[in-house]
Design a protein around this ligand. Structure first.
Ligand SMILES: C[S@@+](CC[C@H](N)C(=O)[O-])C[C@H]1O[C@@H](n2cnc3c(N)ncnc32)[C@H](O)[C@@H]1O
Length: 249
């Protein structure tokens, strides 16, 4: 992490960060001061985390294990309680932020989770599949650590021209859009492919599209004082969510 970047963020609310290749993991170190700024570079991650949390079933016991793959700064924890929340991520600086918010941090690649088979009641993978080089291995690992009857909740970005326009060409320049160069659109994930990969591991995934509320987004543009609701969309050509159960034995 770069202290000069952090202080620039705190003092001015905006900062210049190094120009890095698309999807370079070091960008999350550059952006470490942004995780919990609701109107900052990761604003949309807060909107998405809230929508994601609504797909997670309530936990009957705080001992139930929720594994948050690619947890980043642990934003999901703000919208969801009741679980033992274990966060897995490659970025140490993000894990430190998550740990300070009550997430149990595990530094690892989504494609090789250092967790026992069938240990998790819920596995969440929010806005991470579009960043991983080995999607097949990541889906296999998410499915492996999930217990039979357990729930998986995911959201990611569709491999479409519309998503490239909305979330890269245009979106990276819009307030509330993704940080510049954070995505490599070559890694965007077709919904049918994700459904197929999960099906190979006994998880039947149902997907649905998401879009920001236009009214909320216009208000965010003007006032930046309130989160934007993510609403169901008939189209899965942009951001989409998936929820599935692992077959019982
Ligand atoms: C867009 S952020 C999403 C963070 C969090 N899920 C959220 O929605 O707030 C993507 C996160 O995935 C992590 N990541 C990227 N590739 C990864 C990999 N192969 N294994 C584990 N984490 C990864 C990054 O470090 C980053 O924290």
């Amino acid at each position: 992490m770069a202290p000069s970047v952090l202080s620039a963020t705190a003092e001015t609310g905006s900062f210049r960060r190094p120009r890095r290749p698309r999807n370079d993991i070091c960008q999350y170190d550059d952006l470490v001061g942004e995780w919990w700024r609701p109107d900052g570079e990761f604003a949309a991650l807060h909107w998405l985390a809230r929508a994601r949390s609504q797909l997670v079933p309530p936990s009957p016991s705080p001992e139930r294990l929720l594994v948050d793959v690619g947890c980043g700064g642990g934003i999901l924890g703000a919208y969801m309680q009741g679980y033992l929340h274990v966060g897995v991520d490659l970025t140490q600086s993000a894990l430190e932020i998550a740990a300070a918010r009550g997430v149990v941090p595990v530094r690892a690649d989504a494609a090789a989770l250092p967790l026992a088979t069938g240990v998790a009641h819920v596995v969440v993978a929010g806005e991470v599949f579009e960043h991983v080089a080995n999607l097949e291995a990541a889906v296999a690992e998410v499915s492996r650590v999930l217990r039979h009857g357990g729930v998986v909740v995911v959201d990611t970005i569709s491999a479409t021209r519309r998503a490239r326009l909305a979330l890269v060409a245009l979106g990276e320049w819009l307030p509330g859009g993704p940080p510049r160069r954070i995505h490599d659109p070559k890694l965007f994930v077709a919904p049918a492919r994700l459904v197929d990969l999960f099906a190979r591991h006994g998880v039947e995934l149902r997907v649905g599209g998401l879009r920001p509320s236009v009214v909320d987004y216009l208000r965010f543009l003007v006032r930046r004082d309130r989160a934007v609701r993510m609403l169901p969309s008939r189209s899965v050509a942009g951001v989409y969510q998936g929820v599935g159960h692992k077959q019982r034995l």
